[in-house]
Design a protein around this ligand. Structure first.
Ligand SMILES: NC(=O)c1ccc[n+]([C@@H]2O[C@H](COP(=O)([O-])OP(=O)(O)OC[C@H]3O[C@@H](n4cnc5c(N)ncnc54)[C@H](OP(=O)(O)O)[C@@H]3O)[C@@H](O)[C@H]2O)c1
Length: 287
């Protein structure tokens, strides 16, 4: 199952890889991390989500991007995979802190280009809106990077409909990456997912199976257990199939630190839930 990335004409497999667990606290060995990326590509995956701040702290910035670059180079897949990265956060002492200042965004983008060893980033996402910096200033900085050829397409993350609308007055926007899963359906209810569809913007749900620790809740939800048993699949595949069913513009990016997880998630595209099952999952309350 291929899906268009925004209105770029670029096509990617509907399930991407969220590479964050390979580089943050509790990360696997380098050998296992490389094996996860290799398994993703071997399974037909061609869209990887990363960020300069997927790392331990400010001294480790770019860890995830370097890892992805190394893995793709080693398996000779650099040209087959779109690596989407982000700028707009810092990691002082391991915290996540917004910094949407134009100077920081430029420096971050330059460093990401070096870490990924490319001349142009296909999709560069503003990681979060910095409440201390006018969104227009952050976006103007990214638009300049695009004009200079360092970025091909712009995306947003952690934004509201109003912020997307503001951004669209300044530049085409290709993707929006917000938190969305069976236990957090805010963007299904507030119209944001539908808005993206009307604008031909890819909606990239992050933490699509519940998050770094929250994914363990999937195994405890009886309805998921029933559907998983019916289709002889994992509850993870059911959760991802539900997301894919929200529209043809949805590109979930499940995280993985194990080869088995990535192999399982990629197969979610094979599962089609019927309307009644989708509605029953819609009714599961947020946690
Ligand atoms: N834009 C933002 O602000 C933002 C914030 C958070 C995340 N993200 C992005 O979204 C991606 C995904 O979010 P996330 O990593 O927080 O949470 P997630 O994808 O909901 O959950 C990740 C965890 O779920 C487990 N998992 C996933 N699929 C599985 C399967 N098929 N079978 C068994 N276990 C499975 C993995 O376990 P194992 O580790 O055991 O493999 C993984 O560590 C991140 O990697 C990152 O790229 C973006």
């Amino acid at each position: 199952m291929q899906r268009e990335l925004g209105h770029t004409g670029l096509s990617v497999k509907a399930i991407g890889l969220g590479a964050m667990p390979l580089s943050i606290d509790g990360r696997p060995s380098e050998a296992r991390a490389l094996a996860v990326i290799e398994a993703f590509v071997a399974g037909g995956g061609d869209f990887i989500d990363t960020a300069n701040v997927y790392c331990l702290d400010d001294d480790d910035i770019g860890h995830n991007e370097r890892l992805i670059q190394q893995a793709l180079r080693e398996i000779g897949a650099t040209d087959q995979v779109i690596v989407a990265t982000k700028g707009g956060l810092r990691r002082p002492g391991g915290a996540w802190v917004a910094d949407g200042n134009p100077d920081w965004l430029r420096l971050s983008c330059e460093r990401s280009l070096r870490a990924l060893q490319i001349d142009c980033i296909t999709l560069y996402q503003l990681h979060a809106v910095d409440p201390k910096v006018d969104l227009r200033r952050s976006l103007d900085a990214l638009i300049r990077l695009k004009e200079e050829g360092m970025i091909a397409h712009l995306g947003l993350s952690n934004v509201s409909v109003a912020q997307i609308e503001q951004a669209l007055t300044l530049s085409p926007i290709v993707s929006v990456q917000n938190r969305c899963n069976l236990f957090d359906k805010r963007d299904c209810r507030n119209g944001l997912i539908e808005f993206c569809q009307t604008q031909r913007i890819s909606y990239i749900p992050y933490s699509p199976v519940g998050g770094h620790h929250g994914h363990l809740r999937l195994g405890r939800e009886p309805l998921l257990g029933q559907l998983a048993a019916k289709y002889r699949v994992s509850p993870y595949r059911v959760a991802l199939a539900w997301l894919l069913g929200q529209g043809g513009h949805i590109l979930p990016i499940p995280g993985a630190s194990k080869v088995a997880s990535v192999q399982d998630s990629l197969r979610a595209v094979e599962l089609a839930l019927d309307a009644e099952e989708m509605a029953a999952l819609d009714r599961l309350p947020d946690l």
